[in-house]
Design a protein. Structure first.
Length: 213
């Protein structure tokens, strides 16, 4: 079992959709409204998955031959099964390659950082207001470019300070193939990138609020 642990609005559902598409099975959510939301995110990214199941539907799905589930917002589903609030949850982490790879990715969790020398929170998914604006202004290639930039930064610039004020350098790391300077300019406009006189900075290092539009 692989655990995807990120703050709300920072790509858990997107990663879960990709896992479902790659490995098969069904995504399980706690309500029909959530099922519609997850299906919409998958459609926006052109990823084909079966329509998500509610907990009640999933309880009967095994008899129909469904042998794998991907759980979105597991804490909400678990709470739905219990009459009183959950105070504490203990999880056992599998020591396999996927778990070790997960710990090297760009997530921050309450009480600690992953990895130890980085403050990078992660990349919000396509439902985030800033990402919607980014895609509207520059297309889905810009979203992929932002992901590429953050993945490069987590390995090479874990402080969030990018050590350059050259927009072309940034766009090369992002794999941006569009008009030179456009990608960097849009990130600055949306607050997804900051700068001072010396260098560009990933805003999440300096208190960027991922929930603000």
């Amino acid at each position: 079992m692989e655990i995807i642990l990120r703050p709300r609005g920072w790509g858990k559902t997107t990663e879960l959709i990709k896992k479902c598409a790659e490995e098969g099975g069904y995504i399980v959510v706690f309500s029909r409204e959530e099922a519609r939301r997850v299906a919409m995110v998958a459609e926006q990214q052109c990823i084909k998955i079966p329509y998500p199941l509610t907990l009640e539907e999933a309880m009967h799905a095994y008899s129909l031959g469904v042998k794998k589930f991907h759980i979105d917002n597991a804490e909400q589903i678990l709470q739905k099964l219990l009459p009183s609030p959950i105070a504490t949850i203990a999880l056992t982490e599998d020591e396999d390659k996927s778990a070790r790879r997960f710990r090297k990715q760009f997530y921050v969790v309450p009480g600690g950082k992953i990895p130890d020398d980085s403050n990078l929170i992660g990349c919000p998914d396509l439902t985030h207001p800033k990402i919607k604006k980014l895609v509207c202004l520059a297309g889905t290639d810009a979203y992929q470019g932002l992901q590429n930039l953050l993945e490069w930064a987590i390995v090479n610039r874990p402080s969030g300070q990018l050590h350059t004020n050259d927009p072309i350098f940034i766009e090369n790391k992002a794999g941006w193939q569009g008009y030179p300077g456009r990608f960097t300019g849009i990130l600055l406009e949306l607050g997804l990138l900051a700068c001072n006189e010396l260098e560009f900075i990933i805003p999440s290092w300096i208190g960027y609020e991922p929930s603000s539009a």
